[in-house]
Design a protein. Structure first.
Length: 373
């Protein structure tokens, strides 16, 4: 640090002063003009240092508060990532299920087309009434309509997945798994609850907020006590070509005696904020338990739905096979056959949806327990 001044220079005997946190002009004893009109060249340069020694927790409180805030923001980032993983996973499984549903209706249209051709041949040979042609044609049209809806749902699901992955309007065409796999429940509910209470980023955010509030209480309480520091330095002072060298070292004690009861209010505010965060933590813990239990039950139920949908599909397949044979042998009518075809297609689509819903339910459980791939 350096300075140049044009100023008066009236000495005060042998008095000297310790500069604090910088260089101050300390009158020398060289001039005794006792005049406020005579000015002289004055210059000074030097180096000074100040080292904090102890302040009864203020500095440590600030450091801990900033550390807690940093950890809270890190947990906030984890929460965003956790939600993003779930959104992408749910959109992905929804797309797989939608494209599998398209295949179901592709098969239904092919089946109805083949059946319509067979009915036309039999009707031309007077083996079946003409109404069977129109009934088969109507069933084919319904299947084509459902396929159109399924294709639109698949296209919409891909747009949703592209958006979740942030691909934008120029998203590439890509392939995903052709089937959906489901895993059985191998862990008890308590295991998922323990994991959630230990890993959930939003809980960590509030816990770090409580830690920051506690550090702020200690920080404000330190205002009741003094702070201690050490100062040292070297300076060069002079005027009109004459200079002197000085060094100094000392201890600086700062003790605010009265600040208008500000410290009391700051401490009370921080305590109340800490208590509020603790109540928020307990409330969030209850919410986490609710979310995990609900997701766990949804996952269990989804596995049961897969099993039930599979059994229903197997029965519908047998029913359709028997109805087809009865129609070919003249023992059944077109209504019986088309009803069996419709039920089989619906049950096949329901089985695909059950698998997709189960995958999404498991992804939701991973999100609620704070588990990331």
């Amino acid at each position: 640090m350096g300075q140049y001044l044009r100023a008066t220079e009236n000495g005060i005997g042998n008095a000297t002063y310790l500069p604090a946190l910088g260089i101050t002009r300390s009158p020398s004893t060289g001039r005794h003009s006792d005049s406020l009109t005579d000015t002289f060249d004055n210059y000074a340069a030097g180096v000074s240092v100040f080292q904090y020694l102890y302040d009864f927790g203020r500095t440590r409180g600030v450091i801990e508060e900033r550390s807690a805030e940093s950890d809270a923001e890190r947990a906030r980032l984890q929460l965003v990532e956790l939600d993003l993983v779930y959104r992408v996973s749910a959109a992905y499984f929804d797309l797989v299920g939608a494209r599998q549903t398209v295949k179901v209706y592709d098969e239904a249209v092919a089946q109805r087309t083949e059946h319509l051709n067979e009915v036309k041949v039999k009707a031309e040979a007077d083996l079946r009434p003409q109404i069977d042609i129109y009934t088969a044609q109507a069933e084919l049209s319904r299947a084509e309509l459902h396929r159109t809806d399924a294709r639109n749902a698949a296209a919409t699901a891909k747009v949703a997945l592209d958006n979740a992955m942030g691909l934008g309007e120029q998203s590439p065409d890509y392939r995903q798994a052709d089937t959906l796999a489901s895993a059985p429940v191998t862990e008890p509910l308590q295991s998922f609850l323990h994991r959630a209470l230990d890993q959930r980023p939003d809980l960590k955010m509030l816990e770090e907020g409580a830690r920051a509030a506690g550090a702020r209480v200690r920080e404000y309480r330190s205002d009741y006590l003094p702070s201690l520091g050490a100062a040292a330095g070297y300076n060069l002072r002079g005027d009109d070509g004459t200079s002197t060298n000085n060094i100094y070292a000392g201890v600086v004690i700062t003790w605010p005696l009265f600040n208008g009861f500000r410290t009391e209010h700051e401490v009370a505010e921080s305590k109340l904020r800490q208590d509020a965060i603790r109540h928020m933590i307990e409330d969030l813990r209850q919410t986490v338990i609710l979310q995990v239990k609900r997701s766990f039950l949804d996952w269990q139920a989804s596995l049961d739905r897969i099993r039930q949908a599979g059994e229903t599909l197997d029965a519908s397949r047998v029913e359709l096979d028997l109805a087809g044979k009865r129609y070919e042998n003249g023992l059944g009518n077109i209504i019986e056959l088309t009803d069996a075809q419709r039920r089989y297609t619906q049950d096949d689509a329901a089985y695909v949806k059950a698998q997709a819903d189960s995958a999404i339910a498991r992804a939701a459980l991973d999100r609620d327990t704070g588990t990331t791939p």
